[in-house]
Write a protein that binds this ligand. Sequence first.
Ligand SMILES: [Zn+2]
Length: 143
Amino acid sequence: MARFRSVLKSKGLKSTPQRIAVHEAMLALEHATADQVCSWIVQKGEADISVASVYNILSDLSSIGLYRRVPSIGNKTLYDISTFPHIHIYNRRKNEFKDLVDPEFVSMVESYFKQHPPKGYRIDDIEVQLICHPGRRSKTDSI
Ligand SMILES: [Zn+2]
């Protein structure tokens, strides 16, 4: 939270209770839409805030590099507290995202598309998402 406050200060933004509540929600949720962040804040009863305000705060904080907007096909933007390149594991049963940190794979994909750019397009960002459901526990999980 100290880093959060200092980043806001360095960008000329105040640490308002609403911004702090949004950041606390993002720290807890890690990946979330404005609706999910708003629900979390309302459940905690930490601040009086509307979905529109949450959306604006998420958008502002993404613009200064605190969160990453995850491109999605639907009309709801997903915000990610992890701003470094990583892979997403999407659990379709729980509708939740987890990070898979694999710099070697990310570097391999980036390098491939630098050498083989899709014809007629410029790549803005690369998002690799594994769509999964929980598997059976392996023997090592039960030990
Ligand atoms: Zn992520």
